[in-house]
Design a protein around this ligand. Structure first.
Ligand code: FE2
Length: 218
């Protein structure tokens, strides 16, 4: 485990169609602006695992759920793909859902868009504290408007994500976003990767949550 370097992330751009993704920028933006005008969406919660407890856990960003679990909300269900079904919003964002269908998932669970109209920072946080739990997800964005980073809590070193798409260790390091101008958004899809995709991943024998970071340095 000590061999794994942080901050780090796995660039997933080679595994998806980045041109098609970038072409969705206006499409997603227009729909989010429409939702903002109607003040439709819930606040995005970072979870309790903040780097600095004085920072807000409700930093002001909002969230659109494109899938919903049939069971009461439980963070540890986000990859139980059998529980999740598309929401009404999935129809509103059908073009984005079509793109998501091209990603290397055998099945998908939680699908969310996180967005913020006023460019507020997202406090550095971890998503959970179970090192034995490796969530298979793809985080991605249509543009580079949101300065999104990984952070090593031991050294304070930040690494900005330079790619459209990434998979990253959400447990052994922190992640967050700097303030930016205008509407910024990103999408996260959780699920079960295809076997073909999984075969390329060097899953660690312990500290399963570190798989993306191990892969990043392979
Ligand atoms: Fe997070």
């Amino acid at each position: 485990m000590s061999a794994i370097r942080y901050p780090s992330y796995k660039n997933l751009d080679p595994y998806l169609d980045t041109a098609r993704l970038a072409a969705l920028d206006d499409y997603v933006r227009a729909r989010l602006e429409r939702r903002l005008a109607r003040d439709r969406d819930l606040s995005f919660y970072t979870g309790p695992f903040l780097l600095d407890a004085a920072q807000p856990s409700l930093p002001g960003s909002r969230m659109v759920a494109l899938s919903r679990s049939r069971e009461p909300e439980d963070y540890y269900d986000l990859d139980r793909t059998d529980l999740w079904e598309p929401t009404e919003e999935a129809q509103e964002f059908a073009g984005l859902m079509d793109f998501i269908a091209t990603l290397p998932f055998a099945a998908t669970g939680r699908i969310i868009i996180m967005y913020d109209n006023s460019g507020r920072a997202v406090s550095a946080h971890r998503d959970h504290d179970s090192t034995d739990l490796c969530h298979e997800f793809i985080w991605f964005r249509t543009s580079f408007a949101k300065p999104f980073y990984m952070l090593n809590p031991g050294t304070g070193e930040k690494l900005y994500v330079r790619s459209h798409a990434a998979w990253f260790d959400t447990v052994n390091q922190y992640h967050g976003a700097d303030a930016s101008h205008g509407l910024a958004f990103s999408i996260r899809v959780d699920g079960r990767f295809t076997d073909e995709f999984r075969r390329q991943i060097p899953f660690p024998t312990e500290n399963a949550a570190a798989a993306p970071s191990l892969w990043a340095q392979a």
